[in-house]
Design a protein around this ligand. Sequence first.
Ligand SMILES: *Cc1c(COP(=O)(O)O)cnc(C)c1O
Length: 430
Amino acid sequence: MLIKSEQRCIEPRCAARYGLDEPLLVCRSCGDLLEIRTEIACSSAQLRELWQRRRASNDARDRSGVWRFRETLPFDERASPVTLFEGNTPLYDAPRAARHCGLDRLWLKHQGGNPTGSFKDTGMTVAVTQAVRLGAQTVICASTGNTAASLAAYAARADLRCAILVPRGQISHAKLVQSLDYGAAVLEIEGDFDRCMRLIRELANEPSVYVVNSINPFRLEGQKTTAFELLEQLDWEAPDHVVVPGGNLGNGSALGKGFFEMFELGLIEKLPRISIAQAEGAAPLVHFLSAWPPPPTLTPVAHPATLATAIKIGAPVSWKKAARVVQQTGGRAVAVSETEIAEAKAVIGRDGIGCEPASATAVAGIKKLVAQGFISPGERVVAVLTGHLLKDADYAMRYHTGALFDAGRYRNAPQRVEACAATILDLLAN
Ligand SMILES: *Cc1c(COP(=O)(O)O)cnc(C)c1O
């Protein structure tokens, strides 16, 4: 199959277009973000049938939950992807979390089920495949931990050199150790994530390195496929609301792109409202969308603060794309407190589903949007859980032992007991 794809500047007044082989980070003519447009030559019925059929196939590309949707990706049929069989993540019914939010029903799309434990894998498989196509030697990114872990793994699969910039002392050990294990050069920078990101923009001018932060539009092409997978799991009946945590704002942008594409192809009859949840101490998108009159540009948060380190970002690179997704789908941006995040995380746990604090922001956001009357109890709502519980076990331990807050409602500390069966039975009877 022949595909027609290009990179395009998202600013309508510029609309510059570039070939897929140009290793650009941003538009060369105006500096704005780029996105990829791909002409899809199949009908909606053909796509549904084809994607369904591939679920029973053992072809490596079909076993990936990203490459199974390759008609929508900017590679031709001969491309051999760098894959760890990402995607294919579960969609869970979560009755306790639903009650917590005031909903009849809530679905959790758990991206923590990806090979390295976060949604970053769905984008990284595409970005690293593109790095190989471009003949890159070294791939590089700035990260709050999960992008790094993911890149390190895919770079190892592709036998590429990999360097990651992380803010020293600000990322969880579990994430850091993944990058070390996968053989990446881990470069700890004095400063926060935004400082690392500025360095990346400088390094991007070097032809020897290929940047795979979510400013890279190929990343978002992979991440958009989560929307397809989710719709497939809902038998192509779009939910009323999809809520996702927002840090650098690539993921909300990517999901939005995925839903728009399915809508344009006629695979769904309506778009879900896409809302983005941020931590109060790192909520530049919430400030931007609630300011009146609408400001010309987003004002970064100078000192972002939240224990949900994956979204501790003050100057999100994809804010413009994400703001459009929220506005064009009629969603909202919502800020939640640290306590609300922690309680949401613990209640998700009570449904038997483990996620990291940043992910729980989505559920905390839903609770707030229900309270505000923006989401009604009977509507069909999906929260995207972005990462796995074990990504930040320290946080969960501190919550359950009361080190995080004095009184967590779902606090569950270990109890020391005598090694005696009768005592244990006594204890359990109470
Ligand atoms: C990266 C990440 C986010 C934030 O996603 P953005 O695309 O940066 O908005 C949220 N949660 C987890 C677990 C992540 O790893």
